[in-house]
Design a protein around this ligand. Structure first.
Ligand SMILES: *[C@@H]1O[C@H](CO)[C@@H](O)[C@H](O)[C@H]1NC(C)=O
Ligand SMILES: *[C@@H]1O[C@H](CO)[C@@H](O)[C@H](O)[C@H]1NC(C)=O
Ligand SMILES: *[C@@H]1O[C@H](CO)[C@@H](O)[C@H](O)[C@H]1NC(C)=O
Length: 305
């Protein structure tokens, strides 16, 4: 009896010690204002609150032998670009350079090209590329692969083909960043309910993947194709993403929260499609601090829903 009691005490002390070693997740947790339970796997970074988070308190993730995959449109392509500067400890390419690089130097995706409708000639098919880079030695670990893969709409044939292939072959990246991207709201802002339904199908598919999935919501953009307003659509679909993250326990980083709370508008008072590179770099800095910490908690089993 005494022995059992002592071992129990010992086990508790061990658990306690382990809990103490974990990073502090508290500063990243959602402040739920409406009495609803918060999303424990989401990060909704607001200014000025994040100014109180000292990212140097969070030790950088060791990314050795990991494959990072960025699946999204040009707005997530910016994430991919700024991610390099953190991994590689060099200056990332700017937005224009990245766009040029991915369009001209990366191989085509195996897919049927997007055909724009007659009323909207945006040549989005120029982006249908996959860019992969291997880094043997970086500031954040050894033997790291980073891929950027174009994703046009919220849930496409190409997504199903890609994700099903990984599931079937037990292959694919370790960490998958996915963004629904802007294009559904950009081309068809009035169809926001349809887009939100498609997002549920995407998240259901993502939830079945063995990879660690990080969902990055749509960045707010005021104008869509043919000068139609898109913000209502973006906010509606992002709210659906928030609810789905809670439902599925999905890791979610909200660009919307950060951009809107920072009032990051262009000079004409509208939200631009592409935020300035240094704003994206700030987002990545907080995103990586949160991600390293939440993955630490997930491994320790302290992230119970
Ligand atoms: C941020 O954290 C680092 C490392 O823990 C510490 O050296 C530094 O003083 C902190 N900065 C502030 C402003 O608290
Ligand atoms: C990175 O890619 C190379 C080439 O495709 C592959 O041999 C290697 O196993 C990959 N490493 C990781 C960590 O995925
Ligand atoms: C990566 O670095 C290791 C030593 O750290 C070396 O043995 C290996 O050949 C390198 N691989 C490539 C593809 O450069």
């Amino acid at each position: 009896m005494r022995l059992i009691f002592t071992s129990l005490l010992y086990a508790c002390a061990l658990l306690h010690a382990r809990a103490q070693e974990l990073c502090d997740l508290e500063p990243f947790l959602e402040r739920s204002v409406d009495g609803l339970p918060p999303c424990k796997t989401c990060f909704f970074p607001t200014y000025p609150h994040i100014n109180n988070i000292n990212v140097s308190d969070y030790k950088p993730m060791d990314m050795s032998h990991q494959w990072f995959f960025f699946h999204g449109d040009s707005t997530l392509r910016q994430y991919w670009g700024e991610f390099f500067s953190f991994i590689h400890k060099t200056q990332a390419m700017g937005y224009a350079e990245l766009k040029h690089h991915s369009r001209h130097e990366c191989p085509d995706q195996p897919r049927n090209p997007y055909v724009p409708p007659p009323y909207d000639g945006t040549p989005c098919y120029l982006n249908e590329k996959t860019c992969s880079t291997f880094y043997n030695d970086t500031g954040m670990g050894k033997a790291i692969n980073i891929t950027y893969d174009w994703k046009h709409l919220i849930y496409e044939d190409y997504d199903r083909w890609l994700y099903n292939g990984w599931m079937k072959e037990k292959s694919g990246p370790d960490i998958l960043f996915v963004s629904p991207g802007l294009h559904d709201c950009y081309h068809d802002p009035d169809q926001f309910e349809h887009h939100a339904r498609n997002l549920r199908h995407l998240v259901e598919h993502l939830a079945r993947l063995p990879q660690t999935v990080v969902y990055v919501d749509m960045n707010p953009t005021t104008w869509g194709a043919n000068k139609r307003k898109t913000l209502k659509c973006v906010f509606y679909v992002n709210a659906a993403g928030h609810a789905l993250a809670k439902e599925f326990g999905m890791l979610m980083f909200s660009r919307q929260t950060m951009i809107v709370s920072g009032d990051q508008k262009a000079e004409d008072g509208t939200f631009p499609m592409h935020q300035a590179d240094e704003i994206v770099a700030t987002e990545i800095r907080y995103m990586l601090a949160w991600l390293g910490c939440i993955l630490e908690h997930r491994r320790a089993g302290t992230l119970t829903a």
